[in-house]
Design a protein around this ligand. Structure first.
Ligand code: SD4
Length: 337
């Protein structure tokens, strides 16, 4: 189904659908300090741990995660703490407080977390709670379930001591009101830059965990859930092999079960880089793929601490904290035409 049909079939016609924060195709340039380099580190046997990688330009988040790891904390604590930094950042309009709302003005959050034992938890369509990633962790640790949605997720969070609050900031309300004037559909590439966050960490024991948290597509239909809280799509961790996390148009990630695919490709011997490239090729090589209209990006790490990333379009970036250096690196990408 092409995008136009998708829009028609889901009654989105006449209403805008954008991903995350800033707008318009390939307009988001890297931050000034970003490296123009392709992520690829299949190198040496030198100790590569601990390490943290995250989608987009989120140095404060990776710094926080590394602080946890360097203090001897585990990868699970690191990814939760790192993601919380972006959730609390009101300027980031694609995650947590200040996230752009759906078309009815409701900010709804999706998040998940997965540890080195294969345990996982997630929340979908969570409202009024900033730290969705921490609620996801509570779902994992304190319930017999993997996913909680909507009001049930919110009530669970409140029962665990999370304070309900209004997540719609003035800036996001203003952007939503502006959007409503035309309410026009326009797919936007790299709009999620730089805040929606997927993070992977390997601690000093060599154990891997991951987390992902987002307010999803801005101006989405009420009730829409993306890939980010879906284990195997937005995130997958296999402590024997490696881990992957996705960003971009969630529908396309779900259709190809992207993060699980990347980890399985690594299990079959591919490097993280080649696995990410193959997962993107599964999207762009579909018959009638309208990939020019949307962005998807993957980042991955294997058990050895090699990393990879790949996206459909330019300007996807990875923040990596390894060897004492916290840096933003531009990802290689498919659409070079
Ligand atoms: C979604 N994948 O809800 C998310 C959006 C995202 O960076 O990652 N933005 O489809």
């Amino acid at each position: 189904m092409n995008r136009r049909k998708f829009i028609k079939n889901t009654a989105l016609t006449g209403a805008g659908l954008t991903i995350g924060k800033s707008l318009i195709g390939c307009a988001d340039k890297p931050a000034e300090d970003s490296k123009t380099a392709i992520v690829s580190s299949e190198s040496s046997s030198k100790a590569k741990l601990p390490l943290v990688i995250a989608t987009w330009h989120v140095k404060e988040a990776t710094a926080k995660a590394m602080e946890v790891l360097q203090a001897g904390g585990n990868a699970l604590d690191a990814v939760e703490e790192g993601c919380r930094v972006e959730e609390a950042n009101e300027k980031g309009q694609s995650v947590g407080k200040g996230g752009l709302p759906d078309r009815d003005g409701n900010v709804t959050l999706d998040a998940c977390i997965m540890d080195n034992y294969g345990n996982c938890g997630s929340v979908v369509y969570l409202q009024n709670i900033t730290h969705a990633v921490s609620v996801a962790r509570k779902v994992m640790e304190d319930t017999p379930h993997v996913m909680l949605a909507g009001e049930g997720a919110k009530q669970f969070a409140i029962s665990k001591g999370f304070e309900p609050e209004d997540l719609l900031t003035n800036a996001s309300k203003k952007a939503w009101k502006k959007w409503k004037i035309e309410a026009k559909y326009k797919p936007i590439i790299n709009i999620e830059n730089h805040d929606t966050i997927g993070m992977l960490a390997i601690d000093q024991n060599g154990d891997i965990s991951g987390a992902c948290t987002t307010s999803g597509l801005a101006y989405k239909m009420g009730g829409r859930v993306g890939d980010s809280p879906i284990i195997g799509s937005g995130l997958f961790v296999d402590n024997e092999i490696g881990a992957c996390v996705a960003t971009g148009l969630g529908e396309e990630v779900v259709k190809t079960v992207g993060s699980f695919l990347v980890v399985e490709l690594m299990r079959q011997g591919k490097s993280p880089q080649n696995a990410c490239e193959e997962a993107i090729s599964r999207i762009v090589n579909k018959p009638n793929s309208n990939y020019k209209d949307f962005q998807v990006g993957y980042i991955a790490v294997n058990k050895k601490g090699d990393i990879g990333s790949y996206s459909i379009h330019q300007w996807f970036s990875v923040t990596k904290f390894q060897y004492g250096v916290n840096e933003q690196i531009q990802s290689d990408y498919f659409n070079k035409a």
